[in-house]
Design a protein around this ligand. Structure first.
Ligand code: IPM
Ligand code: MG
Length: 385
């Protein structure tokens, strides 16, 4: 028995060392990139798996249309990065193959389609999710997910911590022996401070009056407790913004309470709660297929569709009918992030008209609906409305 414990302790020790090194890296990386000051902005385009390439291509086409002048002048360049497919990742036995990672690091921002996440029992090795690996490798600590349903009074922005919690060492849990498996949750001061500050800064910039932290600090006392304490501390720097905190279980319930839910504005939460709550929230807006997601770090940022890769659609030859709305929403966030707020607004408006107002074309995922390309053309035809 002692042998197992000694082995587990050794692995645990290594993990602690890695996490403390990560803290040093967070501390060394102080400033956000100022895109306005760059001579050239490199936009990486990663199609991913399944329906990913089909929908990402359409979002890229829209971006290229909106950034035509910038492309001509060389201010913006697009860099299509192939190779982040499940086949290549499985062959390299890595969440992100080295050559793909090197290409990603040459970009400033990345537009990313869905990537297949293997799980035990799949034909693939059980490697880490490419999303999760990209977020960690590029230190994309803030996962920003807006959800809006104007007619219901819903206007939420989720600031999900994106590199820590249950995800930091999610693929490094330990089977101590046949009977005992242990996973780890990681919370750092630096990691919590930067996400809390990002949420408050967003609230301040957009005139929001309330930030809500969501944890389970009554039970997960050490890590969630620390996250919550740090949110409270950061809140003191923003006396003009109201701060409150909820537990994840009751918050999950309150999101379906039509009266209470309209009061929430900006929500800040550890990784796993953010993962779960943002799927629930997106459902009110029409499902995860309608939501975009921004993964923001100090040096890099990545914008992605939040749905899966739907391999069955490809097997059945239906990928050309896949819904591009989530990745187009991601493109809106990308434009805004690199300093083209007007173009972002135009695209968001056009998408709202096509998805919710005029609805001249409908995506059904099958031949009785529009293709992704037809829908993208439709969106582009509404850019000046
Ligand atoms: C998301 C997804 C990912 C996550 C999966 C695919 C690993 O659900 O972006 O929310 O859990 O973060
Ligand atoms: Mg999720």
């Amino acid at each position: 028995m002692n042998k197992y414990i000694e082995e587990a302790k050794e692995k645990f020790g290594k993990m602690l060392e890695e996490q403390l090194e990560r803290v040093d890296r967070i501390n060394a990386d102080k400033e956000f990139v100022d895109y306005g000051k760059l001579d050239q902005i490199v936009i990486g385009v990663v199609g991913g798996d399944g329906i990913g390439p089909a929908i990402t291509k359409e979002a890229q086409r829209i971006l290229e249309f909106l950034l035509e002048d910038e492309k001509k002048s060389g201010k913006v360049v697009f860099n299509v990065i192939d190779g982040c497919t499940i086949e290549n990742r499985a062959a390299a036995n890595k969440a992100i193959p080295d050559d793909v990672l090197a290409e990603l690091k040459k970009c400033h921002v990345i537009l990313k389609g869905p990537t297949t996440t293997p799980r035990a029992g799949d034909p693939w090795p059980n490697i880490e999710s490419a999303n999760v690996a990209m977020r960690k490798e590029l230190d994309l600590f803030a996962n920003v997910r807006p959800v809006k349903v104007p007619e219901e009074g819903i206007d939420w922005t989720f600031y999900r911590e994106n590199t820590e919690g249950g995800y930091a060492v999610g693929s490094k849990g330990q089977h101590v022996n046949d009977d005992l498996a242990i996973d780890f949750v990681v919370t750092t001061t630096e990691g919590s401070e930067r996400i809390a500050r990002a949420a408050f800064e967003h609230a301040k910039k957009t005139g929001k009056t309330r930030v809500t932290a969501v944890t389970k600090a009554n039970v997960v006392k050490t890590t969630d407790g620390k996250f919550l304490d740090i949110c409270k501390k950061v809140a003191k720097e923003y006396p003009e913004i109201e701060f409150d905190d909820w537990y994840i279980d009751i918050m999950t319930a309150k999101l379906v309470d039509k009266k209470r839910r309209t009061q929430f504005q900006v929500l800040v939460l550890p990784n796993l709660y953010g993962d779960i709550l943002t799927d629930e929230a997106a459902e009110f807006q029409g499902g995860v297929g309608t939501a975009g997601s921004a993964n923001i770090g100090k040096r890099y940022a990545m914008f992605e569709a939040i749905h899966g890769s739907a391999p069955r659609m490809v097997q059945e030859g239906r990928d050309k009918y896949a819904d591009p709305c989530s990745i187009i929403r991601a493109a809106v966030m990308l434009l805004e992030h690199i300093g083209y707020a007007d173009k972002a607004k135009k695209l968001e408006r056009a998408l709202d008209i096509c998805m919710y107002e005029e609805k001249k074309l409908v995506i059904t995922g099958r031949a009785d609906g529009a293709t992704s390309a037809e829908f993208a053309d439709y969106v582009m035809s509404k850019l000046n409305d």
